[in-house]
Design a protein around this ligand. Structure first.
Ligand SMILES: O=C(O)C(=O)C[C@]1(C(=O)O)C=C[C@@H](O)C=C1
Length: 363
């Protein structure tokens, strides 16, 4: 397939510079649905976010309106649950270009969503915070590579909430332009996590590794520049999109290569007890003998199962270490609330990152 296909239809790509400035927004009434214009809306702006736009119709306006039937109808709970479960109304930001694993994870979480590619994770977070999109997808750990520390930092630096998780089976392919054989390759491009997941295979092939922003971006680069000495490690979907030939399939060092992605939103979801929920928290502790033992005991005492404990250093004036813990209990459960109240007695900092349904789907 010709590389020109890529140029002809570039995906809409969010750049870090693209979100609007913080300057006070102006409201263009012609953009409002016609029914509002008929009523002669008084619009006032509070703050800089679309949700704080206040719309008021004066009583006299309403009396003269002959178009009451076209007033907005309240959403029914059926409509709400439909759009949430299939994601048809959602715009989901991911880091990378069309064909990245993060895009597939977004589509697994919200099957009919509009996935929006972003240059960097920061851009994806900004896009949610500035109401350009509804969700961001973040890879957080991999069964071969472990925790992605940089992305844990992002969770802390921003105030988005975890509203879901997705476990995604990652199957890497080695790909190159048509006519290029594996013996012709000297180097291979991919995301650092993907290169690490294929470490043994790539060493065996004697290929020099070059890190780029995402796996699909690597495939796109190889295709666009018609490289003859370089291949890419990416998904079979990326090979198809960018017209590359798959030289080897399933080249990850372990066939069970699973990446866990988090779905992030501006607002938390209301935790339930109707299905399995997980809660993610981050906290710091004062120094002292047995203090971590004491912290983890608040969960053990209440039979709360921990699914993850991760300790990262944090260069801050007051404390050096942060503990990220996932436990398999909903925040709607009294035992979880009691455990966190107990933890707060001696934690120097505690934040609930989100309480969300466990991904129980098969991969
Ligand atoms: O580069 C991509 O395609 C991504 O979606 C990123 C990413 C990651 O950051 O871990 C996602 C899944 C794989 O583990 C490899 C790369």
């Amino acid at each position: 397939m010709a590389a020109s296909r890529i140029v002809a239809h570039p995906p809409p790509y969010l750049h870090r510079q693209s979100p609007p400035s913080d300057a006070a927004p102006s409201l263009n009434l012609t953009l409002l649905p016609k029914r509002y214009r008929n009523l002669g809306i008084c619009a006032s702006l509070r703050g800089d976010k679309p949700h704080s736009v206040e719309l008021r119709a004066t009583t006299s306006d309403v009396v003269v309106s002959r178009d009451l039937l076209s007033l907005p109808r309240p959403l029914s709970s059926t409509q709400l649950s439909a759009s949430v479960s299939d994601g048809s109304c959602l715009r989901v930001a991911y880091q990378g270009v069309h064909g990245a694993y993060s895009e597939s994870a977004a589509q697994k979480a919200y099957p009919n969503c509009e996935a929006v590619p972003c240059e960097q994770f920061e851009t994806a977070f900004d896009a949610v915070e500035r109401w350009l999109v509804d969700r961001a997808v973040l890879p957080i750990e991999n069964s071969l590579g472990g925790s992605i520390h940089r992305n844990y930092d992002l969770l802390l630096r921003h105030s988005l909430h975890i509203v879901g998780e997705v476990n995604f089976a990652v199957c890497h392919c080695l790909m190159a332009n048509h006519g290029v054989k594996r013996e012709d390759l000297k180097r291979v491009l991919s995301h650092p996590q993907a290169l690490a997941q294929c470490e043994n295979t790539l060493t065996k092939f004697g290929l020099v590794r070059e890190a780029v922003d995402d796996t699909a971006g690597a495939a796109k680069h190889v295709a666009y520049h018609k490289l003859q000495d370089a291949g890419a490690v990416a998904s079979s979907a990326a090979a198809k999109i960018y017209g590359l030939n798959i030289l080897d399939q399933d080249i990850q060092d372990d066939s069970d290569n699973v990446t866990r992605f988090l779905m992030l939103a501006r607002e938390p979801i209301i935790p339930g007890t109707d299905r399995r929920f997980k809660t993610s928290i981050v906290f710091s502790l004062e120094e002292g003998p047995g203090i971590l033992f004491k912290a983890l005991a608040v969960f053990a005492l209440r039979q709360i199962n921990l699914t993850k404990v991760c300790c990262l250093s944090w260069h801050h004036l007051y404390f050096d270490y942060l503990f990220y813990v996932d436990f398999e209990t909903s925040m709607a459960d009294q035992s979880a609330q009691n455990a966190l109240r107990h933890l707060k007695e001696f934690a120097t900092f505690l934040r609930v990152l989100g309480s969300y349904p466990v991904d129980t789907s098969s991969m």
